[in-house]
Design a protein around this ligand. Structure first.
Ligand SMILES: [Zn+2]
Length: 385
């Protein structure tokens, strides 16, 4: 069978479907059920009385479950101060995540100096991540829909996405690189948009509050119930069946345990570009060592589900990491295992596939409307910070 790791696992990329790529149309208009607070309404403008305050409601409206990260708040305050002292108004480039103009130049100088002055690599990473997040938050507010991360006015796809409850014996963690946060063509966001934030939880790389939540949950679940989808050829991986069945056979009462669903299997999906994912994986390994004393975080590579992967990969037009496809491939492989066959994973998978189609349709429509080629790559490698 074609191993995903033998091709470009987790890193086959998407930008936009080729014109030949068939897109299904979804007419359903299902209200969102996973997000209930007012902050999740795309129509709700955050409290931005001074243009800089980020509330907990706004933060969690974007899909986060953590408290407002302290370092992000700190950076937002610094940006506010810089605007005041320089008397130059902050502005963002087209993608809304990057500062531009005079303010951008001044801030660039300042943040580079701050970064250099930081003592250790942990502090540097936290600063880098918080700054990326802060800029994206400020640049995207009022422009992107908080739920689907697409431009609110023209492209919001929320009405076409059907939610589906994931079986409680599985929990996904979207370990996302800050540069993928609020990216329109990110597919990791689809997981919590469809499955809900309790089943597919965002964890931003280098954001202490997020990482703490993920690792606390992993600690409670136990090392044998935590897996990573990082099918790098240089890393030893197990098939879904081997990894999960080993866990099942190690626990003779696994069936009962699964039925009671009190300790879900935790799957960490690395949601970043190929070049960023190595550092993200190393951080996961370091943390695994500090929590359990050993570095060997079990890695899974997908072997079956090729048809699904193929469907989601109309090469050569995808040039983005398709995290949603990795989750879809994983669920497909679990579904065929006897232990997992009765939990409706196929239906849950179908809902995810539909959401991917809807996203591709929305991105395609956007580019066509803007008069751009739909085969051009959306993503460019951008510089740090
Ligand atoms: Zn939306």
């Amino acid at each position: 069978m074609l191993s995903v790791s033998a091709t470009r696992p987790l890193t086959f990329k998407i930008s936009l479907p080729s014109p030949a790529f068939s897109l299904r149309t979804h007419m359903e208009s299902t209200p969102r059920t996973h997000f209930t607070s007012a902050s999740h309404s795309p129509q709700t403008n955050p409290d931005t009385s001074d243009g800089f305050t980020i509330t907990l409601q706004e933060w969690q409206g974007w899909g986060a479950v953590s408290p407002l990260p302290a370092k992000v708040v700190e950076i937002v305050k610094d940006l506010k101060l810089l605007e005041k002292t320089t008397e130059v108004q902050m502005s963002f480039s087209g993608h809304r995540g990057k500062l531009e103009g005079d303010f951008g130049m001044q801030e660039n100088k300042k943040h580079r100096a701050t970064y250099q002055a930081l003592g250790d690599s942990e502090k540097k990473l936290q600063f880098f991540s918080a700054r990326q997040i802060a800029c994206r938050l400020l640049g995207s507010r009022g422009y992107l829909c908080q739920k689907c991360w697409l431009p609110l006015e023209e492209d919001c796809m929320c009405s076409k996405v059907k939610p589906s409850s994931l079986w409680r014996g599985i929990r996904f963690w979207l370990y996302m690189h800050p540069k993928d946060f609020l990216r329109q063509n990110n597919t990791g966001k689809l997981l919590w948009q469809v499955l809900g934030v309790e089943s597919a939880t965002l964890c931003l790389y280098g954001i202490a509050e997020d990482e703490e939540i993920m690792w606390n949950a992993c600690k409670i679940a136990g090392k044998d119930k935590v897996f990573c989808l990082y099918p790098n050829k240089n890393v030893a991986t197990k098939s879904v069946q081997d990894a999960v069945c080993q866990e099942i056979s190690a626990d003779p009462e696994c069936n009962t345990t699964m039925a009671n669903e009190y300790k879900p299997l935790n799957f960490i999906l690395i949601d970043g570009t190929w070049s960023n994912s190595a550092a993200m994986f190393n951080r996961l390994k370091e943390k695994t060592k500090s929590v359990w004393g050993v570095e060997d975080l079990p890695c899974i590579s997908l072997s079956a589900g090729v048809s699904t992967m193929h469907k989601l990969r109309p090469q050569p037009s995808w040039d983005r990491t398709c995290t949603a496809a990795a989750a879809i491939g994983l669920l497909s492989e679990l579904q065929v295992l006897p232990h997992f066959s009765s939990y409706g994973l196929d239906k849950q998978n179908e809902a995810l596939e539909n959401a991917v189609d809807v996203l591709l349709e929305a991105l395609t429509a956007r580019r066509l409307r803007m008069g751009r080629s739909i085969t051009r790559r959306l993503r460019h490698s951008s510089n740090i910070c």
